[in-house]
Design a protein around this ligand. Structure first.
Ligand code: PLP
Length: 360
């Protein structure tokens, strides 16, 4: 099956084979070495040249675990988090904070609109109680790319902490974490890194780690300094999904061999291939080209075509597309181009799509 959903993604045989490595105990040196390899590859891939300024915290759990861990571990007592919310995953950040009864401050936007830095600047000047600003890099809801660098500059200029959900962006979009002074970036193995779901991570700026130690512990499983202390000793506080870590390690090797910027360019080329053909078929994209990411395109459903019928006809041919969420549920479909897929496979999908849109 060719997966055109934004994770889990199709992985290479090499990554799949890594699942078959020997059973090991996570309290033994073999696991410490595996963990250490993963951490150093993450730093090499995502903060090249600034590896010693960041720590990579690896945990068992999907991307949401990393986002929740970053948010919950970044807030001193009595301060607030401001979320820039323009999609399902920005909304989720707000919901996480609300659930912990920390009070949510939000700048909320339409799902097709980017957060604007002037409003943010004003909000940060007016609300000194805000300590952290949270935003999603790539809003998977619509395929919208948020302006990370501009927002990071405002957050940094106002001496606040920036927490970025880059779960669907890392290895798919260019991002200079160190240069943008981003304190925390949440990511996952199972999207553009082309590993399996089940392991996620937070890249944390070292200078911030010491401050975090004095913040309240709000979760047993997701308290970042607990991981940092354990991982510093080569271990992990909870039983890890060892086999998924093996595959993650292999996927990181593949990423470093390909090169992060080459991976980004490959995804961009595949997105262009899809977009050009869809345009020639008269299928309308939800977003203008300058807001689109490299890895997802949201399209209006062609007239007279329901999502379910389109999905089912494509699935019969071996292609899985993705539905819209929330109020876009019955209006759009999404095509992701993450994962170990070839140009030929995308070509096959586009032929099948053209066929599926014809009346039966
Ligand atoms: C931007 C973003 N953040 C967070 C998540 C949540 O990740 P997971 O489903 O792995 O928990 C997703 C999932 O698609 C996402 O796209």
């Amino acid at each position: 099956m060719v997966l055109l959903n934004p994770g889990p993604v199709n992985v290479s045989d090499r990554v799949r084979q890594a699942l078959l490595r020997p059973d090991i105990c996570h309290r033994e040196d073999e696991f410490s070495e595996l963990l250490h390899r993963i951490q150093s590859k993450l730093l090499k891939a995502f903060v090249p040249g600034a590896e010693s300024d960041y720590v990579a915290v690896v945990m068992t759990g999907s991307g949401t675990a990393a986002v929740e861990a970053a948010l919950m571990s970044s807030l001193p007592h009595g301060r607030r988090i401001l979320i820039l919310n323009n999609g399902v995953y920005g909304e989720r950040m707000s919901q996480i904070i609300a659930l912990h009864r920390l009070g949510v401050s939000e700048l909320k936007y339409e799902w097709t609109v980017r957060p604007d830095h002037e409003k943010l600047l004003l909000a940060l000047r007016q609300h000194q109680e805000v300590h952290v600003v949270g935003m999603v890099h790539h809003e998977t809801t619509t395929g919208l790319l948020n302006p990370v660098q501009e927002i990071a500059e405002i957050v940094d200029s106002q001496n606040r902490v920036f927490v970025l959900d880059a779960v669907s962006a890392l290895a798919g979009e260019p991002l200079d974490i160190a240069k943008s002074h981003i304190y925390m970036v949440a990511g996952t193995a199972g999207k553009c890194i082309q590993g399996f779901p089940g392991v996620s991570f937070v890249l944390v700026r070292k200078g911030f780690v010491e401050k975090m130690r004095s913040y309240p512990k709000r979760s047993w499983y997701l308290h970042l300094t607990h991981y940092i202390d354990n991982e510093g000793r080569g271990t992990i506080p909870f039983t890890p999904a060892v086999q998924v870590y093996y595959a993650f390690d292999e996927a990181l090797d593949e990423l470093l061999e390909e090169g992060v910027s080459n991976r980004v360019q490959r995804y961009k080329r595949m997105a262009t291939l899809i977009r050009d053909r869809m345009t020639s078929l008269g299928v309308k994209a939800l977003l203008p080209a300058d807001r689109q990411s490299n890895t997802i395109t949201a399209y209006h459903l062609p007239d007279g075509v329901t999502y379910q019928s389109l999905h089912d006809r494509l699935k019969q041919q071996g292609y899985v597309i993705y539905a819209g969420q929330g109020n876009l549920e019955n209006k759009i479909f999404r095509v992701a181009n993450m994962g170990a897929l070839t140009e030929t496979q995308f070509g096959g999908f586009l032929d099948a799509f053209e066929h599926a849109c014809k009346p039966v």
